[in-house]
Ligand binder design. Structure first.
Ligand code: SAH
Length: 338
């Protein structure tokens, strides 16, 4: 049995099954998620007999670093090889006051966003909870920096892999020790899943990739969004914010001549009126072979100004990792093309 990715309850019943006290599960969880043990022989506070039984019956599978590229601003993008040979991208973003890791939730993606490098491969498979947590621990161990924040903004659509993503969120919170508020799920907006998340009333941060103020343009940019019209999505977001009292982030990619006009900014402000939220503007990172370009700084500033004038809170994503193809799916893609 694979132990990495198991939660406390599963480890407890496994220990009992082997005829050992259930409190051993805490020790095993500490070795797996706090101390990064890769082998049962490292688990020196377990009885020898249990260590042997574990070695015979179970495995600890961890990712291997295949490649890394470092940007002058300190951002490091990793390509990790999983147990079955598939690869995922994970990014480390060190700031003076925090260390963020951007994790992938799937290999490939089914959302089909026309601007995104990951979309091309389609969905290969979901990542397990263990494979998600592993990305955080591997970067933490490799960089020697304690990770304080995790964002689900790598490859994949987290809300199309809910059970594994939720399990990973709980492991990161309860075992690795990262506060719920410092965990961010970014989604194209799977409306029913947002409803379920609201009911769970977790304190995590929800980010919605909006990218357009109307359905026609949004569905052109995000084909999967045609199943989830804006009206319902916005209502689900309103409910989420009301219920959890958490401010929602609306991510808005700015693409030259597509969604960056002052009129579209006004429309966006109207759409979000009255929701506890802020808008995060992301100037597009160009992807080779895609017919989209990044707008000029002037256009970005003008768009931001309109939103502010309309009373919307706005932040602009810092230009990090641009030089290392920091955008979703770009490293895995260049590796495959190489
Ligand atoms: N599927 C989820 C999470 C992965 S993408 C989602 O869509 O939210 C994380 C963010 O990166 C999304 O807002 C996505 O639209 C954005 N993104 C994808 N490709 C990009 C690119 N080339 N430049 C800038 N942002 C990009």
């Amino acid at each position: 049995m694979e132990l990495f990715g198991r939660n406390r309850a599963e480890l407890e019943s496994f220990c009992k099954q082997l005829g050992h006290s259930s409190f051993r599960s805490k020790q095993i969880a500490d070795w797996l998620y706090k101390r990064g043990a890769r082998d049962f022989s490292e688990m020196t506070n377990l009885p020898g007999a249990l260590r042997e039984e574990l070695a015979e019956s179970s495995s600890i599978t961890r990712a291997e670093i295949v490649k890394q590229s470092k940007s002058p601003d300190g951002t490091v993008k990793y390509l990790l090889k999983l147990g079955d040979g598939e690869t995922v991208e994970t990014v480390l973003l060190p700031y003076p006051d925090r260390v963020s890791v951007c994790v992938s939730s799937q290999i490939g993606c089914s959302a089909g966003c026309t601007f995104c490098a990951t979309a091309e491969s389609g969905l290969v498979r979901n990542l397990t909870a263990g494979e998600i947590v592993d990305q955080v621990l591997t970067l933490q161990e490799h960089s020697g920096k304690r990770v304080t924040h995790v964002v689900f903004m790598g490859m994949g659509e987290p809300l199309m892999n809910m059970p594994n993503v939720l399990k990973a969120i709980h492991l990161l919170n309860e075992e690795v020790g990262i506060a719920m508020r410092r965990l961010t799920i970014s989604t194209v907006g799977i409306t029913p899943a947002i409803g379920k998340l609201a009911e769970m009333d977790l304190q995590l941060t929800l980010a919605i990739s909006l990218h357009a103020p109307d359905d026609a343009l949004r569905q052109k940019l995000i084909p999967l969004a045609s199943k989830f019209p804006l009206r319902d999505l916005i209502q689900a977001c309103r409910n989420y914010a009301d219920r959890t009292k958490r401010r929602i982030t609306f991510e808005y990619l700015l693409i030259a001549g597509t969604n960056d006009s002052p009129t579209q900014a006004v429309k966006l402000a109207k759409l979000l009126k009255g929701i506890l939220c802020h808008v995060n503007l992301i100037p597009y990172n160009e992807v080779h072979g895609k017919p989209y370009a990044r707008p000029s700084r002037k256009v970005v500033a003008a768009f931001k100004e309109v939103l502010e004038r309309e009373g919307v809170e706005v932040t602009q994503r810092m230009e990090r990792g641009h030089s290392i193809s920091g955008a979703c799916g770009q490293l895995r893609r260049s590796e495959r093309l190489a």
